[in-house]
Design a protein around this ligand. Structure first.
Ligand SMILES: Nc1nc2c(ncn2[C@@H]2O[C@H](COP(=O)(O)OP(=O)(O)OP(=O)(O)O)[C@@H](O)[C@H]2O)c(=O)[nH]1
Ligand SMILES: [Zn+2]
Length: 368
């Protein structure tokens, strides 16, 4: 039986597309939809094409504090086919979890940049790439507006990015170039789309999903704000299967990974470390002797700059977590305070490592 593939117990499984107040829009998995349309056939009033149920969360889940996120695969009970309602009874274990935007089970990040208008800035691109790599998800790179540059220029860009460890797909939403090729990479996956403003993200989503109807060419103004908040996340269904997250426009992503991890977010540096090791295991690849990473690769300068930033950030975090290295300010009563020795100095404690999958969060900042 087909249904057995996804559920051995005959449960209804679905994916949460959006969260609206206390309701969850759940798209049933294909096999279930066959069942559903069978049921719908039996019911004269129902619409056989409705694949989505508006669901509540069972009290039991609330009691155990089980959150339901967009992207979650859930067990749906008591489907009311005619009314399009149901109840979420369980959440399947998450494969991945992004915090900003909050999406479970994301497979990959699709970075969109333009080859021109706005011009392709290597440093900015590098930053987005490093941030995306730090999520540990697969990273896809699409370069839009290829209609604006010659094939020779495209080749130059392509050669350069190959040295960075990437094979970009050149697309033109305007001239419908390579859109199908890009779409192929999104099949049956949950993809988060990201990239700077004006590169054509909305245009691309509209080209991939004509029913999405996103506004194009709107400078992030007041109208756009409602949609562009991290709190509102929505997954759009791709016609050939797969889900795409429409995400807010965002600023320069912060690089907040621990400094010692940064190097792994450069594929070309990873390659060096795969074949050789640095003399010191805690090498930050600056001026340490016998470093396997330091060298004449193009983005080494980017690495050094991002490293400074990551170190500065870590120092700042340490200070926030521990403003006095050995003394703690204790407030007593009304405005009285005194320093007390700490029982345990946190001075040398490493900043707790954030889940890598949360690292994208600074990509998506509320525009407020
Ligand atoms: N020449 C050319 N222009 C394009 C192409 N794709 C999109 N554009 C134009 O680029 C501008 C920005 O497109 P959007 O889709 O709004 O860009 P966005 O990335 O969603 O921008 P934000 O919403 O600010 O993040 C619009 O004027 C589009 O018409 C393309 O392939 N070629
Ligand atoms: Zn090194």
């Amino acid at each position: 039986m087909k249904g057995e593939v996804i559920s051995t117990t005959g449960q209804l499984l679905g994916t949460v597309l959006a969260v609206q107040a206390n309701f969850y829009r759940v798209q049933l998995e294909r096999e279930d939809r066959e069942q559903e349309s069978k049921k719908a056939e039996e019911n004269v009033n129902s619409d056989a094409s409705v694949p989505v149920l508006l669901c509540t969360r069972r009290t039991r889940l609330k009691k155990i504090g089980q959150q339901v996120m967009v992207g979650d695969r859930v067990v749906v009970e008591e489907p009311d086919w005619a009314g399009g309602r149901g109840a979420i009874a369980d959440v399947l274990p998450r494969q991945t979890q992004l915090d900003r935007p909050p999406i479970a089970n994301t497979n990959q990040i699709l970075l969109v940049f333009a080859v021109a208008d706005p011009p392709l800035e290597p440093y900015q691109l590098s930053r987005f790439l490093v941030k995306a790599e730090s999520t540990d998800l697969d990273v896809l790179l699409c370069l839009n507006k290829s209609d604006l540059v010659s094939p020779q220029v495209q080749q130059q860009i392509s050669d350069r990015l190959l040295n960075w460890g990437y094979s970009p797909i050149f697309i033109s939403v305007q001239n419908q170039i390579n859109i199908d090729q890009a779409a192929n990479y999104l099949n049956h996956k949950i993809t988060v789309i990201a990239g700077p403003s004006g590169v054509g993200k909305s245009s691309l989503i509209n080209a991939l999903i004509p029913t999405a109807n996103l506004r194009v060419g709107e400078v992030s103004g007041k109208l756009a704000r409602g949609r562009h908040t991290t709190r509102h996340v929505e997954l759009f269904e791709l016609p050939s299967g797969g889900l795409l997250a429409d995400t807010p426009g965002f600023n320069q992503p912060d690089l907040d990974c621990p400094p010692e991890e940064l190097v792994y977010y450069f594929p070309e540096a990873r390659e060096r470390l795969a074949v050789a090791s640095c003399r010191f295991s805690d090498c930050l690849h600056r001026d340490e002797p016998d470093c396997a990473v330091r060298g004449d690769w193009e983005r080494y300068q980017h690495y050094l700059e991002f490293l400074d930033e990551a170190i500065a950030r870590q120092i700042q975090l340490n200070q926030q977590a521990d403003p006095e290295s050995t003394l703690k300010l204790k407030t007593k009563g009304k405005g009285q305070s005194q320093y007390e020795p700490k029982l345990e100095s946190k001075k040398y404690r490493r900043v707790s490592r954030r889940t890598q999958l949360q690292a994208l969060q600074d990509l998506y900042q509320d525009e407020e």
